[in-house]
Design a protein around this ligand. Structure first.
Ligand SMILES: Nc1ncnc2c1ncn2[C@@H]1O[C@H](COP(=O)(O)OP(=O)(O)OP(=O)(O)O)[C@@H](O)[C@H]1O
Ligand SMILES: [Mg+2]
Length: 236
């Protein structure tokens, strides 16, 4: 089983969009896949999959009250989603440190666990990284995002995670953008995916339907599909 943190330094660079659509793409490729929202205080994955009314969430499992199987909801293409809670009370009870232990109890036969990791270096972020074995770093092609990613790269290395590579999101192809080559030399990890700026991503978000389902032929959806194929091919 592969446990992959989808992480970045800076917020708002597309981690949730990529985690959700990558998870669906992996499921479509026949891989048994779970997407976990480790953003216990920012439960965006629930909103993206219209699971905000879920009775049980990963927060309950992280409060030691129920098992992981009870918080797995089935999404498009059979992907399983462990949403985080929307209510404040549920948020408070969860213990992020339990995530690593909880990940050892996911159903047998699971091929991929994709962990939507919070930005920055807060308690939940470290807990999500500790619960993972590999890290896929996400950045947009600007200096602040790339430089913030450096810290996440260093921390994840310190925690013993294998870096799979970088994904460059919201690429517009402007001459002032930082190129994949520059990013590779700054961060010393290969860029394994380029996702273009695509307004369909926002359209999908606002319609509450994942991009890869709403617009499977959009440029961003195809790039995420290619990333899924690449992940399946790369052995840990
Ligand atoms: N390739 C893309 N093209 C256009 N818009 C995109 C693309 N990827 C993501 N977005 C948009 O960027 C915004 C932030 O995306 P998302 O919520 O996935 O980022 P995040 O890193 O998870 O943010 P947060 O730090 O808030 O958790 C959303 O409005 C999303 O629709
Ligand atoms: Mg997010």
């Amino acid at each position: 089983m592969r446990l992959i943190a989808i992480a970045s330094g800076k917020g708002g660079v597309g981690r949730t969009t990529i985690a959700a659509n990558l998870g669906i793409a992996l499921a479509e490729l026949g891989k048994s896949t779970i997407i976990v929202d480790a953003g216990l205080t920012t439960p965006d994955l629930a909103l993206l999959f219209k699971l905000e009314k879920s009775v049980y969430t990963i927060n309950d499992a992280l409060a030691g009250e129920i098992s992981i199987s009870e918080v797995l909801y089935t999404g498009p293409k059979g992907v399983k989603i462990a949403p985080a809670a929307v209510s404040l009370d549920q948020m408070r009870r969860a213990k992020p440190e339990y995530l690593a232990g909880l990940m050892r109890t996911v159903p047998e036969g699971t091929d991929f666990v994709i962990i939507d990791t919070p930005s920055g270096l807060r308690r939940e972020t470290i807990a999500a990284l500790r619960a993972s074995r590999e890290v896929l770093l996400i950045t947009i092609p600007d200096m602040v995002s790339v430089s913030d990613c450096m810290k996440t790269r260093l921390i994840s290395e310190f925690l013993g995670l294998s870096p799979i590579g970088m994904v460059l999101n919201r690429v517009r192809g402007e001459e002032f953008e930082i190129s994949a080559k520059e990013i590779e030399s700054i961060l010393n990890v290969p860029v394994i995916g380029l996702i273009p700026e695509d307004e369909d991503a926002n359209r999908a978000l606002n319609k509450g339907i994942p991009l890869i389902i709403l617009e499977p032929k959009s440029r961003a959806a195809r790039a995420i599909g290619a990333l899924a194929e690449r992940l399946v091919k790369t052995k840990k």
